[in-house]
Structure formats: C-alpha cells, structure tokens
Write a new protein. Structure first.
Length: 217
C-alpha cells in the first residue's frame, strides 16, 4: 500500500517511515460498484485514499439529475479538506467500479498533521488545485456552449496511442451529459455529428479521437 500512498499528492512528501504511520492509521474497505460512500449533507467523519477502482464525485437534485465534478482514479485522496470545516458533505461519492478505499478518521488525521507539518503545505497545494479546477469549470460553463465543454472534457481525458487519442474510460452518453451539464439528447446529437465527420470512433467501451476536434460545432 505504501507505494500507492507515496503517489498521492497529499502524502508525496512523506518518508517511508511516515508513510508506514499513515498506513497504520488507515482502515481498508471493499466497496462494490454502485455503492454510495457518502451523500450530500452526511457528517464528515474521515478522509479517503482510493487504492483500487474509480469513484465519481457529484451533486444531484430532487429529480435525480446529476452533475459530476470529478472522477477519482486509484492513488487519489479525497474528502480531506472537509475535515477542517466542521460542516457536512457538500457532494456525493459513488463507486463506478468495484473499489478498495482506505479511510483515515478525523482525529487520527489531525494528529498526523501535528506530527508531520509538511502535510499542511500539501493540504494547501491540494486546496489551490481544487480552487483552480473549480474556477476553470465555472469559466467553461459561463463562456462555452455544450460542444465546447465536450471538447474540453475529451481533450483532458484522451491519451495518445497509435490509433489516435484514446479515452479508455467507459462513458455512456448520459455519463458525458452528467460531466458537462447537458441533456443526453444534446450529447447524442453532437456525438452523431462527430462520428459522421470522422472525428471520433466509438465502440468496444471506449472512444478514439481520430483527428483534431473542430473549434466550433
């Protein structure tokens, strides 16, 4: 577990001995696909490190419509900033796959900060990164249309391969809609046009960007 902890932004500055201390504080849990780890307005009891699998962090309204802020992959910590606010959770966390998480309870985490002051700097770095991401998200929603937000999402997720830029993440049209704040019908229309224009290829639970996406739709 320690090599994975060392890869997380929060714990990357710790020595092996300090990582062993973190490991001793954590409790591992297996989380089945579709399980809600916490809901909006739940009390904040601990922070998490995702050891295996993928989690989506999102908000929803009374009609069940969702907006996904972030999809966490293994090696990512989440929920730690809320420990300082003495407030309730502001988002939901749901397992998109079978997952293994490590939870560290609030009192143990606070004691860890006291004995490892460099973690406070890492917390500040994490907070600034979240603020930057939210700023970009607000800007995109204010200044870009639905296609523009899809283009940003695809270019952020895509990895270069011999076939082209590959998004090796199982995203349905509804998943894309939840990530960019649009209706599934609008996503379906845009995807049909992108496929017909030879820009993207879908299927086999993946998406390949075959050539540079157009600036405008």
């Amino acid at each position: 577990m320690r090599p994975l902890l060392a890869q997380t932004e929060l714990f990357s500055s710790l020595t092996d001995e300090e990582l062993l201390q973190v490991e001793s504080l954590g409790t591992q849990r297996q989380i089945g696909k579709g399980t809600i780890l916490f809901y909006e307005d739940d009390p904040v009891e601990c922070m998490y490190v995702l050891l295996e699998g993928r989690f989506k962090l999102y908000s929803s309204n009374d009609s069940g419509r969702e907006f996904v802020y972030y999809v966490a992959e293994s090696g990512v910590s989440f929920g730690e900033l809320a420990l300082f606010c003495d407030q309730r959770r502001s988002i939901c966390a749901e397992a998109e796959t079978d997952c293994v998480v490590m939870s560290i309870y609030k009192a143990d985490f606070m004691n860890l900060l006291l004995t490892n002051p460099q973690l406070k700097d890492q917390m500040l770095t994490s907070a600034m990164s979240i603020i930057r991401s939210l700023t970009v998200m607000v800007r995109d929603f204010a200044l870009k249309d639905v296609y523009g937000r899809i283009r940003v999402l695809f270019e952020r997720l895509a990895q270069p391969t011999e076939e082209g830029l590959l998004i090796d993440e199982q995203m349905s049209q509804q998943d894309i809609a939840d990530r960019v704040g649009a209706s599934r019908e609008m996503i379906a229309k845009i995807m049909r046009e992108l496929v017909a224009g030879g820009y993207v290829e879908t299927g086999r639970k993946r998406l390949v960007i075959l050539k540079k996406l157009p600036e405008q739709f």
